[in-house]
Design a protein around this ligand. Sequence first.
Ligand code: WTA
Length: 626
Amino acid sequence: MEGEVYYPSQESTAQSYVQDWEALAESARNDLQGFWAERANELFWFKKWDKVLDDSNKPFYRWFDGGKVNITYNCVDVHLQTFRKNKLALIWEAEDGKSERTFSYYALNREVSRMANIIKAMGVGKGDRVTIYMGRIPEITFAMLACAKIGAIHSVIFGGFSVDALHERIADSESKLIITCDGSMQNGKLVELKKIVDESLRHCPTVENVIVVKRTGHEIPMEGGRDHWFHDLCALPIANGKCATEVMDAEDPLFILYTSGSTGKPKAIVHTHGGYMVGTYTTLKYVFDINDEDRFWCTADPGWITGHSYLVYGPFLNGATVFMFEGGPAYPYPNRWWQLIERFGISIFYTAPTAIRALMRFGDAWPNKHDLSSLRLLGSVGEPINPEAWKWFHRVIGKERCPIMDTWWQTETGAFMITPTPVVPLKPGSGTRPFFGQEAEIVDEEGNPVPDGQEGFLLLKNPWPSMMRTIYGDPDRYVSTYWSKYPGKYMTGDSARRDKDGYYWIIGRVDDVIKVSGHRLGTAEVESALITHTAVAESAAIGLPHEVKGQAIYCFVQLKPGFAPSEDLSEELRQHVSRHLGPIARPEEVSFIDKLPKTRSGKIMRRVLKARAQGLPEGDLSTLEE
Ligand code: WTA
């Protein structure tokens, strides 16, 4: 094999579900539907499907059509009939370390049922949308599973988004109910989640009720008739007792999750009960080899797809013990995560390159203070991992024993698409090869495959169970965004190259999506936040490389007449974006420009801005307006 290769050790592969990668890949290649049917058969169905894959109306694929199922039943109820009933499902620790909560599968069922009873009592039923906006606390998990249990569609909004982002998503989904908490803690500071909800609900007529979980306990206004404390609702007789699980069609929507595209408003990606369940269950099992001895920690927030698939659904489907931590990696000290791995005996640790790079900077002494010997597998997701960070993670955290699963996937794919398994030889910075049943292709602008070693657009060739089904309320956009440019193939929006060994190397987005610290943001959203400021005539946001964050947001602003550029105004605009869109979207820099470079048809030439900002050649300017 070419380049630097890390071969799997006997120790790391001894208990792997997949011993013969090639054989399983071959069987999936020969019989895609048979492969997935076998995986689906490991889960519980009220009624089995009539057809594994219905591709009669491409690209609106249907999986396990005719099947009757409920993902929450598979996450919770099935385990109650086994020894797992008394096994820990969830271990949670507060940011300040002063509170720890644990839930067995038995307790998980009680919590989910109670939450489901309450949601139902609020008049929410099958197909209704519920917006969930809270910090990383156990109740967010219960809320998601509870919605699924009764057939409601959850829409989780990341707690790092603010008023405008939240408002837009609540309005688009026409949610009836909001589940939130009074506040959350971030690096020792209070984030006023409920206050942000109040502001964003000003013009949301569909919202009837708001359930508020008490987390921080600070004083907040409650609107009579609309807002209800969760603990008060729990005391009502209606909250307690069994809650029937709704029997869902495999293709019924499970959740929508808003994600940024290249243009316009964020898109609500739709995932389903059946296919998403089979996809997340199988990928987690095979890639992280999860079993009953493990303690699995995925550091993602439930507000992103990684949190949905691998902090909530995937692990519970596998009956695993999940660890959830409220805080971030370096508060109050840069050993916080290493301390938690030691304290809770974490065996599988799944995180993002941005966090690895940030922690690497604090030096080896912090992790070296802790016993990390419980670890056996590591994982990375969200953006390309640079080889230096990969090697540090491997050497200092994994002690050269733990393979790193660099998993490439997207909100749209629901589950891992290009990823190793523990038996696969690794190359730092490559996600290796497509998962079983998947084939990838790298093409040029016209759709012709490019030779190995050359960069091109990454496409996926086969349908897969956890694929997005549509964009909520906008099926045309689903077709045009993902399936039109290269008919019959799924366009990922990423560029990549493949090496001689068939390994894929992701380069990055080819559209206007920016990955800031692994968070997916759109330039359009940042620009529409800026435009609401009185001084701004027009603006352009771009992503530029950043040593720790991967990418950072840079904005160019054209001011309205009467406003003069200044340091203060620049800072004010950064704060403006933070307040409206969210602190995660706060630009690194806002600079002023007399005139934005545009094409004759009026499109901002971000390529030119990017080159200019980095002092690089500006390339072909023949299409420039003037
Ligand atoms: C990027 C996150 C390189 C990629 C799961 C993709 C990655 C986008 C990796 C999706 C990885 C994700 N290596 N790049 N292992 N994982 N990406 O929807 O650009 O938040 O298109 O899903 O993240 O971001 P999303």
